[in-house]
Design a protein around this ligand. Sequence first.
Ligand code: HEM
Length: 192
Amino acid sequence: MGLYSTAMDAITEYTGLSPAAFFTIAAMMVVVYKVVCGMFVAAGDYVAVNRANAYALREPVQLGDVTEEELRAYNGSDPEKPLLMAIKGHIYDVSRSRMFYGPGGAYALFAGRDASRALALMSFDPQDLTGNIEGLGASELEVLQDWEYKFMEKYVKVGQLVSERKTEHIGSGDKMHATKNIEESGVEHTPT
Ligand code: HEM
């Protein structure tokens, strides 16, 4: 506790800023740095980027109902899989913006997740990486709505989040592509 307050006092003393202002500015500088870095490609990454671009040009595959756990696999760690991200339970293929959402990108933390709360609050706090939008105010919901419109316009919707998927196996192979949803009415996404 003593160390914490000493650190906070030191920040105020040396920068003249409150700790909250200091950390906000630091977070902004990290974002600017990452966004700018995302615009350039290291020579060694050239092949990987070309492969990723080729992937982005493919027609997005419709996945249908997906659980949050299944969505995690589409966070860019597997270059053979599309990059997916959800807003309000609607899943979008964001592969064409790999420089933002791919590994090392400024917004990589949103990939493979429903980032509704983080986007509404304009937050990078890992606690806000959830589709749970309970307790948000009108202006935050408006911010989220703007993000949703942006995504609807820019990306293809490829599925929706469900709390639990009831599936019937119709063959072997990739689980995501070899299962058929047997729940016709669709399950509402209940944020966790
Ligand atoms: C200093 C703060 C920030 C700066 C300078 C910044 C800058 C940028 C820039 C230059 C872009 C690219 C825009 C484009 O070409 O379409 C971008 C995109 C984006 N920003 Fe930020 N940003 C900041 C903070 C944030 C915060 C706090 C969030 C949310 C928590 C956020 C979420 C996003 C997302 C999701 C995209 C990608 C949108 C897409 O897929 O087209 N940004 N940002």
